[in-house]
Design a protein around this ligand. Structure first.
Ligand code: TRP
Ligand code: SF4
Length: 330
């Protein structure tokens, strides 16, 4: 039996190169290493923070599906699906919510942080507190063995494991305890040197045109100590250099030297980088254009993927209900 991998992303906007290196490349690798992969567009989870602005959700779902597939997730190999098209997730979420102690959720550091951070909306809701319970249902309904996630999601996975243990203790062994798959990924700062994020307006998106990419690279922050071209630079503190390491591997040694010795200027350095980033993303771009020409097929892929996911989710729900004793008419 192939090991099962599940992960997901919230459709709250287009994906950027941070997502590509932080998640999608790894997801693609797992898919090609023979795992049985489930990749989910977590639209209910998006609703937990964006419940008051839902007019864009369909567009975001479509965008993220294009981002997934153009980055190399292959619907022939992986099950790509939409959370809300598999209603069994919500059933399992409800069942879990009966026995998950509220203090487990209230002490969740991700919860505390987000309520603090996203001050512009009221997150003191039942659904937002229960966010990790839904996430546990997402993972456990497929009896996933591995969950590729970022460091920031570890508390949620720990809760998933606790919920699995509690269910198994109450009703008999049903769920494996899933493990996180943390992989070393290169850190890509935003164009201003801070963490890349939609809310900082500092991201390079997978869907950006070559001109947009070049423009963004041309205004990137550089070593602040290097004011004139004759000043020696400090590449290790420069976000542009961090990008060269990723997008321009063949020239990175020379650029480091030329920067330190004040031979190359920042404008030229960024110009070269802009071209390399465009080149790097050109295959994704081509694939995106192809998908955009046939949106009907895209939605068909999502429908078929969701149906496939549902067949497995249904089996788990039947088993869960039997274990609990919710068996009627038999
Ligand atoms: N909470 C995850 C995030 O914000 C998204 C997510 C929802 C997820 N359900 C999941 C990730 C299940 C992994 C497994 O990134
Ligand atoms: Fe950064 Fe390049 Fe300028 Fe050096 S030359 S400071 S690496 S932009």
């Amino acid at each position: 039996m192939k090991k099962i991998v599940l992960s997901g992303m919230r459709p709250t906007g287009p994906l950027h190169i941070g997502h590509l290196f932080g998640a999608l490349k790894n997801w693609k690798k797992l898919q090609n290493e023979g795992y049985n992969c489930f990749y989910m567009i977590a639209d209910y989870h998006a609703l937990s923070t964006d419940y008051s602005e839902t007019e864009n959700i369909k567009n975001y779902v479509e965008e993220i599906a294009i981002d997934f597939i153009s980055s190399g997730l292959d619907p022939e190999k992986s099950t790509i699906f939409i959370q809300s098209l598999v209603p069994e997730h919500t059933e399992l979420h409800l069942i879990f919510s009966m026995f998950v102690p509220i203090p487990w959720l209230e002490r969740n550091p991700v919860y505390k942080e987000q309520v603090e951070e996203l001050k512009d909306r009221d997150l003191h809701t039942y659904g937002f507190l229960g966010y990790p319970v839904l996430q546990a249902a997402d993972i456990l309904i497929y009896k996933a063995n591995f969950v590729p996630i970022g460091q920031d999601q570890l508390p949620h996975l720990e809760l998933t494991r606790e919920i699995a243990r509690r269910f198994n203790y109450l009703y008999g062994n049903t769920f494996p305890e899933p493990e996180a798959l943390l992989t070393e990924t290169p850190k890509i700062p935003g164009i201003d040197g801070r963490k890349m994020s939609k809310s900082y307006n500092n991201a390079i998106y997978l869907k950006d045109s070559p001109d947009e990419i070049k423009k963004k690279v041309s205004i990137m922050f550089t070593d602040p100590k290097r004011i004139y071209k004759k000043d020696p630079g400090h590449p290790e503190t420069c976000p542009v250099f961090a990008y060269h390491k990723i997008f321009n591997e063949g020239r990175v040694g020379e650029i480091e030297k030329d920067c330190k010795n004040a031979i190359i200027g920042c404008t030229d350095c960024k110009k070269e980088l802009g071209e390399k980033v465009v080149l790097y993303l050109s295959d994704i771009k081509k694939k995106r254009e192809q998908i955009e020409r046939n949106k009907k097929e895209l939605w068909e892929i999502l429908k078929v993927g969701s149906e496939k996911a549902r067949r497995i989710a249904e089996k788990t729900i039947i088993e869960v209900k039997e274990k609990i004793g919710l068996i009627y008419g038999k």
